[in-house]
Design a protein around this ligand. Structure first.
Ligand SMILES: Cc1cc2nc3c(=O)[nH]c(=O)nc-3n(C[C@H](O)[C@H](O)[C@H](O)COP(=O)(O)OP(=O)(O)OC[C@H]3O[C@@H](n4cnc5c(N)ncnc54)[C@H](O)[C@@H]3O)c2cc1C
Length: 510
């Protein structure tokens, strides 16, 4: 594995003769997991490029990548039932699950490489082994889970997945969920030991720290206000220092808009035609959190249930072990909420100001066709604390309200895309880039941070098509399964799994 170089001799962005004007090769907007990952990949591929990162808040990963703003599930499609739909003929389609799992393998490899080379330290500070479990109630759903197990077992990516419907075994594995449960109820599980809990905040901070130590200019409290193209094809980026009010102009050859929910507005300002027809629909979230370690030790798994009718896929209820700053706790949710803000620390004008003539019809179209989502959101927003605890008790029947506190999670901005004369609401992520590859940004939130490496490799392929072939050998060192489907290479998968497990501390030392 090649080392990611770290020394002080890297080119710093240059301050030009014009006061307040900076020139940089790469400008990363936002200090969340996406910009942090892309910056680290680029630092490794092109050590001599100057990198500038601008973050409007006072530190890295304070929006969606903060550990309490997301659920920390290392999404590998081991437990999320929305990736394995049942088809009309009764069979279970696992193609999406295979894609998501392959993407997560890329993240594991990059992180393991970074641990081996000292870029990331103490893997337990950002990743921990936690079983991933799918949970259903009722005979019909149990039958679906049995079929899902059989379909996934055929893939080496899901090796070891189990189907459990024995009540004693259920109680042995999930004591908190078994206590107080009606004995006559049919319950069933798909159980995978290969799951993880990931602290994406810690991961982002460590990557940003590495970038800073290797010469990148990292500026907090710096908000990008405008992005326009200069006559020479570079990007002129207007920035405000939110602490002093000072205005700065940055000239960048390549801009990555890793601004999370704020990406759509900045891409609109850039004027690139590729953003036309896109809009954003914000959905906020809340979790119930239990910090009592005595209760937390009674549940060691991330258990995903089934989505309510009309609910968007990311609203599937789940009861999760979290490991944050060395402490074990539990999280349940999410409960959906609604605000027009595109960021947790955003503005109420975010949604109205993002409506343009080109995305008006897609937005109106979604309003007409997504009644079940709107109905679901209204029901969720009106849910009382008692109803929220009722939902938790479907998972943990004896849970007591006093042991749990309600917290506000991060803001998701779902992608609305032009479709026909109207629009379609999407729940995945979409990379938008200009035709010449000089600017790109990421819209959407699922599978999210877990697949940051796959998403950022996609950005590199789209924006640096003239260099990607010369980078390929190095990319294969950083991420050995890059370009090679592991589904079709079980022996390579086994080798990489045992290396990543070892480097990431996911198996006890032999
Ligand atoms: C409730 C919830 C649960 C989730 N659960 C999971 C999960 O279990 N697993 C998973 O993998 N993913 C999950 N996700 C998704 C995941 O959190 C996101 O995909 C990921 O964190 C996005 O990273 P990012 O870097 O794009 O954005 P962010 O982490 O939001 O970072 C964007 C940064 O850009 C900054 N910024 C914005 N505008 C500007 C500007 N104009 N100038 C300067 N800086 C700016 C922001 O302040 C912010 O720090 C979840 C998300 C939510 C909301």
């Amino acid at each position: 594995m090649s080392a990611l170089p770290e020394n002080a001799n890297r080119p710093a962005p240059t301050t030009s003769a014009v006061p307040g004007r900076i020139t940089t090769d790469v400008l990363l907007v936002g200090a969340g997991i996406m910009s942090a990952t892309l910056g680290s990949l680029i630092r490794s591929l092109e050590p001599d490029w100057s990198i500038t990162m601008l973050e409007r808040l006072d530190g890295p990963a304070l929006e969606s990548s903060d550990p309490w703003n997301n659920a920390g599930t290392g999404h590998a499609a081991l437990c999320e039932l929305n990736y394995t739909p049942q088809l009309a003929d009764g069979s279970v389609d696992v193609s999406k699950a295979i894609t998501v799992n392959e993407q997560f393998q890329l993240s594991r490899q990059f992180w393991a490489n970074c641990v081996d080379n000292g870029v990331l330290h103490d893997p337990s500070s950002f990743i921990n082994a936690v079983p991933h479990v799918s949970f259903v109630q009722g005979r019909e759903n149990a039958e679906y889970l049995r079929k899902r197990h059989d379909a996934l077992s055929a893939s080496p990516l899901f090796e070891g997945i189990e189907y459990v419907d024995d009540r004693d075994e259920f109680a042995r594995r999930l004591p908190l969920m078994a206590a107080g449960r009606d004995e006559s109820e049919t319950v069933a599980l798909n159980w995978s030991e290969n799951g993880t809990d990931v602290d994406f905040g810690s991961l982002s901070s460590q990557f940003v720290g590495h970038l800073a130590r290797s010469g990148a200019d990292i500026r907090y409290g710096h908000q990008v206000k405008n992005v326009t193209r200069d006559t020479d094809g570079t990007w002129r980026v207007k920035v405000k220092d939110t602490r002093t009010g000072e205005k700065i102009m940055i000239s960048a050859k390549f801009v990555f808009v890793g601004a999370g929910g704020g990406a759509i507005q900045l891409l609109q300002k850039s004027g690139i035609p590729e953003i036309r027809g896109f809009a954003g629909f914000p959905v906020s979230g809340q979790f119930l959190r239990c910090l009592d370690e005595d209760i937390a030790t009674q549940h060691e798994a991330k258990v995903y249930g089934m989505a309510a009718v009309g609910a968007p896929p990311m609203s599937v209820p789940h009861l999760d072990t979290r490991v944050i700053d060395g402490h074990r706790s539990l999280l349940f949710g999410p409960y959906a909420g609604w605000t027009p803000k595109f960021l947790k620390e955003g503005s109420f004008t975010d949604l109205p100001l993002s409506i343009r003539p080109h995305n008006l019809m897609p937005m109106a179209g979604v309003g007409v066709t997504s009644w079940s989502l709107i109905k679901y959101l209204v029901t969720e927003v009106l849910k009382t604390q008692r109803k929220k605890v009722d939902a938790l008790q479907v998972f943990a029947p004896l849970a007591e309200a006093d042991d749990w506190e309600l917290i506000t999670a991060g803001q998701r901005v779902q992608v609305v895309r032009k479709k026909g004369r109207g629009g379609a609401l999407e729940f995945g992520t979409t990379v938008i880039n200009s035709a010449d590859g000089s600017i790109a940004g990421l819209l959407g939130a699922s599978p999210g941070a877990s697949t940051a490496v796959a998403a950022m490799l996609d950005v590199l392929e789209r924006c640096f098509s003239d260099r990607i072939e010369s980078w390929r050998p190095q990319l294969k060192e950083l991420v050995p399964s890059y370009g090679t489907p592991l589904q079709d290479n079980p022996s390579l998968l086994a080798d990489l799994r045992s290396w990543t497990d070892r480097s990431l501390g996911l198996v006890p030392p032999a």
